[in-house]
Design a protein. Sequence first.
Lengths: 283, 278
Amino acid sequence: MMGKIRTPYLLLLPGFLFLFTFFILPIVNLAQTSTQTPIAGGDTGQYEQTLRFQNYIDAFIENREQFGRSFVYALIATVLALMISYPLAYAIAFKSGKYKNFLLVLVVAPFFTSFLLRTVAWKQILGEEGFVVPTLRSIGIISESTTLTSTAFAVVMGMTYNFLPFMTLPLYASIDRIDPRTLEASGDLYANAFTTFRKVTLPLSMPGVVAGTLLTFIPAAGDYVNAAILGSPNTKMIGNVIESRYFKIVDYPTAAALSFTLMAAILILVTLYIRKAGTEELV
Amino acid sequence: MSKKSVDATIPTIPLTARFQRWFGRNLIRVYMVLAFTYLFIPVAYTFAFSFNDSGKSNLIWKGFTLDNWKNPCGAPEVCTALANSIKIGLLATIFSTILGTMIAFAIGRHKFKGRSTSNLLIFLPMATPEIVLGASLLSLFLVFKINPGFWPTVIAHVMFCISFVVVTVKARIASLDPRLEQAAMDLYANEFQTFRRVTLPLVAPGIAGAALLAFSLSFDDFIITNFNSGTVTTFPKFVYTAAARGIPAQANVIGSGMFFLALAIVIAGQFVNRRKAR
């Protein structure tokens, strides 16, 4: 019977060895890098191992604005995505009849054109040569000098758009699992449509809401592509800072400290959120 | 009821009220049309501008042409980037599907000490922002004096794809009816035969789905790739770099081509499933 006990471990071994080497080890290494200091008199990009935790405080104070922006933008994008996706997922699950599978394919389909191409497409649609700005100007919704690109609006809109399927699919999965008879029962017990939604549909779809918001919020908070393409220097997020610290300034310790702070902040938020929302299904 | 009789019986309902009633009844349909329009605007834009006779920068509509579709490799580097993306995607898909499927079977089929820790280890890479994954892996490569490039990118992609493969395959394993395997055992199939003739074919669609997911995640990845690929250009990297000075219409051709190809694969997959169900 020894073989049976060993089987799962043998199956896990190669994958976990891989994840240990290329996920855990890098994170540990990142933690080490984050407290390094520049070698006195050395070239740019040369650091020695110290335990300078002040790096964290310096990095945070210097970039608190971008940190705040990352979390605010990601939060707004997540809420918008939830508001757009919930009725859509509900309609596909309950109101689409035989077109259900077809509509699901349609939700994922835009995903198949490259993420970068879609973001650049938004930049051009919302840009000066696109059709949106001249139309809005001619009907007087925005003034002649107002632009839509290089604004926080464009960045948040791009994030909402790009991460939308991550919200819609888990929502659909959990709404589709709801037995329609529970909704009928609620109606039979004299609940109106709103009460039925609040007391029956929404609680039953909570696992989808939790999964969807996490799958949207986490990549959105660490994203820098939308801010780089659709934004301006005034909409820089923490991802942009980490990227430029790495590639343009070769300031590895600060980049590492910022990455670590971002990861810790997200993990804490996620843990609190899962506790509060009361689903452990994900982990 | 014909329109005329409606008018005859309730002639006092004004147009706006009638519109409100129609709107109320069709609210969900109106909403779905709007939502899907929003989803497809950039796709339609990308597709339309793949026919633009644009020259170097594809910003303004200058006239219709089929040249870009006839010669998708016409712009410099665009096909090198595409080839790199496909190579990296295929390698990452093969390795992550094998490793992830093994883990999924271990977790989905066995009770063992450390199972919840294993689940946590699978969840963590998905809960970590891409930029942290990319940056930390690059730091590790730098420590070991490994230059970023093709293979570091493949390794990075395998790393972030594994978790998604595990989750997808595990879901399929969980939905299996255990009685099918019991039946095979009752019919004197040994453990290996049961696995090969019953379990594996039943899990196969899940594995295929996971492989497709892994490929599309790898193909579309920009952030992790940007950190670990050095001078190797992938398709998303090409678009990002070109975005500053205008993207050649050939990139739109490739993007649209990928869109239709993937759509065809998904629809064909559903067709096969429906046939099997019959």
